[in-house]
Design a protein around this ligand. Structure first.
Ligand code: PRE
Length: 93
C-alpha cells in the first residue's frame, strides 16, 4: 500500500472542516428562523418526525452505505445542538 502523507491528509481534513463549519453556521442561522416560526405558531422545538426524515434523507445522499451509522450519529448531534440553540433563543426573548 502507498504510504500516506499525514500532514497532507490533515490539510485535506482542515479544508473540509472549513467548509463544514461554514455550512453548519448557515444551518444554525436558518434553524433560528425556524424557531421564530415555532414561537409564532406555538409549536414545540422538537419535531421527531422531521428529524427522522432529515436523517433518512442524508443517509440517502451517501455514495457508500457503510457510513450510514456515522451519518446518523452526526445528525443526531447536529439536531441536538440546533434544538439547544432554539430553546436558548426562545428562553431569552
Ligand atoms: O425543522 C424543524 O422543525 C427544526 O426546528 C429544525 C431541526 C433541525 O435542526 O433540522 C431542529 C429541531 C427539530 O426537532 C427538527 C429539525
Amino acid at each position: 500500500m502507498e504510504k500516506l502523507d499525514l500532514s497532507k491528509t490533515r490539510e485535506e481534513i482542515d479544508k473540509i472542516d472549513k467548509e463544514i463549519t461554514s455550512l453548519l453556521e448557515k444551518r444554525l442561522t436558518i434553524a433560528l428562523d425556524v424557531a421564530k416560526y415555532k414561537i409564532q405558531d406555538n409549536m414545540d422545538v422538537l419535531d421527531s418526525d422531521r428529524e427522522r426524515q432529515v436523517i433518512e434523507k442524508c443517509i440517502g445522499y451517501l455514495k457508500n452505505e457503510k457510513y450510514a451509522e456515522s451519518i446518523e450519529k452526526i445528525y443526531i448531534q447536529i439536531m441536538d445542538a440546533s434544538k439547544e440553540m432554539q430553546k436558548e433563543y426562545i428562553k431569552n426573548i
